[in-house]
Design a protein around this ligand. Structure first.
Ligand SMILES: [Zn+2]
Length: 244
């Protein structure tokens, strides 16, 4: 259950299915939202079909979809919001994996006047550069909407979507899962401080520098991926024989 060095299609299909199911297990994904991973060497990516329950996706049910939106491999139609993935993959060569989800906590931060979601907890250093917000509250179904979202995201690793959801980007699917867990933790921390009637004290630049000096992201991602895969197998969220 360690992260393999190979980025074969089979591994990416299995990791996409596992990441999706584990995000459901953790309450980060529900009946909607989707995880995508870039197909190595092609203008294409793996993503689930529009209708399949997120809790039931499998390596074989993943679609391979081109940057033109056409299905290259697999049965069924891709999610309606694939312009999100297409336009971010096109704009950001450094991004290998994307999740679009409707995380409640993230949405709440798009509905409060004068409140900015900021790094509160150490792992939120990932979003030190900022968490911009896309102001289009509708579903992202067109190329133009996708391009606007990608421009809003810019060089950052997360963007909120007004009254709708969010996107996260990462260098791998295991890293994406870990980031989603920490994004939720951080938003919850800030919300609970505010619900306690207190003023949030975000990490200062000096504190973020200190955290950055000790950052061991690859180790941390491996450790948490192993934890969530083991937990997922024990809770029957994923089969124990997937090669992930
Ligand atoms: Zn959506």
């Amino acid at each position: 259950m360690t992260v393999h060095a190979s980025n074969s299609d089979a591994l990416l299909r299995a990791q996409t299915a596992a990441t999706t199911r584990l995000m459901v297990m953790e309450g980060l994904l529900d009946y909607s939202g989707h995880v995508a991973v870039r197909a190595p060497g092609r203008d294409a990516f793996f993503i689930q079909s529009a209708i399949e329950p997120r809790s039931d996706v499998s390596p074989d049910s993943m679609l391979l979809v081109g940057f033109d939106g056409a299905v290259i491999e697999g049965e069924g139609r891709p999610p309606f919001e694939i312009p999100i993935h297409i336009e971010i993959f096109k704009a950001r060569p450094d991004v290998e994996a994307i999740v679009h989800c409707h995380m409640e906590l993230a949405i709440w931060f798009t509905m409060m006047e004068g409140v900015q979601l900021v790094p509160m907890r150490a792992r939120a250093i990932r979003w030190r550069s900022g968490i911009p917000m896309d102001m289009d509250p509708s579903h992202i179904k067109t190329t133009q909407q996708g391009q606007t979202l990608a421009r809003t995201l810019g060089p950052h690793h997360a963007a909120l979507m007004r009254a709708h959801g969010m996107v996260l980007t990462a260098e791998s699917l295991p890293a994406l899962l870990v980031d989603a867990v920490h994004f939720d933790e951080n938003a919850r921390a800030q919300m609970q401080v505010m619900q306690a009637g207190k003023t949030p004290l975000p990490l200062t630049d000096a504190e973020l520098e200190q955290i950055d000096r000790h950052e061991m992201r690859p180790f941390h991602v491996d450790k948490l991926w192993s934890y969530y895969v083991c937990k997922g197998v024990k809770q029957n969220a994923i089969p124990g024989d997937w090669d992930i």
